[in-house]
Ligand binder design. Structure first.
Ligand code: GLC
Length: 568
């Protein structure tokens, strides 16, 4: 980095004055840079082909080297793995494939020793059907656990239709002959929904949360939480509601009451951050989840951004509009998460960028620049720092995800085109983002000495961490620079955001401003050279980082060029 830029990084202020909006009061979780680890695919230590906690422990120095300040770990609890750990059979134990509680304690210690916080996934919209609660609940209509789940006695006829996201028949009611009743599962049949209307269930969950918070973890990501509250009379929904099911499933009943209770019972008593997956149906819902005065959660995690790309492309104007709208709705109160990928999405560079060889690294770095320079807490998905791409499996046998496999079976039964289904899956299936982390060019990308649970992307011989360690301008090293830049500049965390050149269909340009410090970010989201139109004179700006590594191209941005400037 140039000396002028270095000096500038050192001189920006670390403190804020009070004339700031409510969302600018400093909090560690606003300044956090979250690195999401999918444990199953990160690093296998024992050769069984499945990533594990010891594997993560062996890579702690790598994680530290990224500069990230928090790790979000996908579920590691005991689970029969119908949905890769999102079906928990014991909330206080570690999945056998992943290791032991001693391993967990060591992992937490290792992270904390490196000043990295740990955020755990909490999956309590549903449990596994192999959880003891469900075994009991299922056993008889008079079980004290019966009311832990949602049952509909068959004597009352068929229950009103509920859509299931993962069921072969899309039916969220599963008939169980043992007690002649149906139970509810918004996800797979092995993921029965817990009954949050039962105070005993809520007490159990708070106990579980205290168990982990007492161990010293630093936060919770509440899986599918917007769906937990339900109208247990199960009224009929209009025909076709499933096309927009979130409208009927999200933020129902007393959800906010439960969150306030959870906040009082657990969250307020520890220095933990909280984020719920999903942010309801509109800004009002999202604000109601996270505005400070409401004492519910810390930050919203909304899907509008990741929902944008489609197999046939997307509009950059649309992307700019969505992110700008969310930013302005949260400019005063509340706080957002910024992300372009996670374990439920295909790879960021394949969806939002361009994974063809000439542009893969450039566009990946451009997208990373976007994530690390927006207002909101960045959530960065493991492997994206290498520019890992979709595997795009062309055979159903290579897929592992319950969602893809059940939907394939559904399409087969309903006579839909399977060819088309695979085509879509190649672009958007979740397994694209779950292939093993590409550590090096050795066998199985250095992920395992055994046979990986899902195939390694064959491009690991050229896209891997070992190669990128050695290249100063690799995706990996560029990501590290971005992280440092954000950490050193509160303007990138708290600064107000202003969209420039709004109608430019190729370039995303914006400024971030805080207490007289101003940065300009120019991102060409396309493969064509594109001119940015602003009244800012670039001649007086100091370039801090550019993804070409050859200095900026000025007002004409090269394909997928990303530049960050400090403005006088
Ligand atoms: C969330 C998780 C996803 C999981 C689902 C059911 O959406 O992110 O991976 O399949 O909930 O738990």
């Amino acid at each position: 980095m140039r000396i002028a830029a270095m000096l500038l990084l050192l001189s920006l202020p670390g403190s804020l004055t009070h004339a700031q909006p409510a969302n600018a009061d400093r909090k560690w979780w606003k300044e956090a840079i979250v690195y999401q680890i999918y444990p199953r695919s990160f690093k296998d230590s024992d050769g069984d082909g499945i990533g594990d906690l010891k594997g993560i422990i062996s890579k702690l120095d790598y994680i530290k080297s990224l500069g990230v300040t928090a790790v979000w770990l996908n579920p590691i609890y005991s689970s029969p793995n119908d949905d890769n750990g999102y079906d928990v059979s014991d909330y206080r134990n570690i999945m056998k494939d992943f290791g032991t509680m001693e391993d967990f304690d060591q992992l937490l210690k290792g992270l904390h020793a490196r000043d990295i916080r740990l955020i755990m996934d909490l999956v309590v919209n549903h449990s596994s059907d192999e959880h003891e609660w469900f075994r009991q609940s299922r056993s008889s209509r008079s079980s004290p656990y019966r009311n832990y789940y949602h049952w509909w006695n068959a004597g009352n006829g068929k229950p009103p239709y509920r859509y299931s996201l993962f069921d072969v028949n899309h039916d969220a009611w599963c008939y169980d002959s043992l007690t002649d009743a149906y139970y509810l599962h918004y996800f797979s049949r092995k993921q029965p929904d817990l009954n949050w209307e039962n105070p005993q269930v809520r007490r159990e969950v708070y106990d579980i949360m205290r168990f982990w918070a007492d161990k010293g973890i630093d936060g919770f990501r509440l899986d599918a939480f917007q769906f937990v509250a339900k109208d247990t009379t199960f009224p009929a929904f209009p025909t076709g509601f499933e096309k927009n099911f979130t409208r009927y499933y999200a933020m129902q009943g007393n959800l906010h009451g439960y969150l306030q209770e959870m906040n009082k019972e657990v969250l307020s008593r520890y220095d933990v951050m909280s984020v719920a997956e999903g942010a309801g149906n509109n800004f009002e819902d999202a604000h109601n989840l996270v505005d400070a005065g409401r004492k519910e959660l810390n930050m919203a995690y909304a899907f509008d951004g990741v929902d944008i790309p489609k197999a046939n492309g997307y509009s950059v104007l649309h992307l700019k509009e969505v992110f700008s709208r969310w930013d302005s709705a949260f400019a005063q109160d509340g706080w957002l998460s910024i992300f372009l990928a996670n374990h439920d999405q295909a790879r960021m560079v394949s969806r939002f960028g361009n994974d063809k060889p000439p542009y893969r690294a450039l566009s990946s770095k451009m997208l990373s620049t976007f994530i690390l320079t927006m207002r909101g807490t960045p959530y960065y998905y493991n492997g994206d720092e290498l520019g890992m791409t979709n595997a795009g499996f062309s055979k159903i046998e290579d897929y592992r995800d319950v969602q893809t496999l059940n939907e394939y079976r559904h399409k087969k039964t309903s006579g839909d085109s399977l060819e088309q289904f695979i085509k879509t899956a190649q672009f958007s299936a979740r397994d694209n983002g779950r292939t093993p982390f590409q550590w090096d060019a050795g066998g199985q990308a250095g992920f395992t000495t055994g046979t990986p649970w899902v195939k390694v992307n064959p491009n690991y011989t050229t896209i891997n961490a070992a190669i990128q360690e050695k290249e100063p301008n690799s995706c990996l090293n560029f990501f590290r620079q971005l992280v440092q830049l954000r950490k050193n500049n509160p303007v990138l965390v708290y600064g107000s955001y202003r969209l420039l050149d709004k109608d430019n269909p190729y370039v995303y340009a914006y400024t971030r401003t805080l207490e007289g410090k101003k940065m300009l970010i120019l991102l060409n989201f396309t493969a064509q050279a594109s001119t940015v139109h602003t009244d800012i004179a670039l001649g007086k700006a100091t370039m801090l980082l550019d993804n070409y590594g050859t200095g900026p191209g000025g007002n004409v941005l090269r394909p997928y060029e990303a530049v960050i400037y400090a403005l006088p």
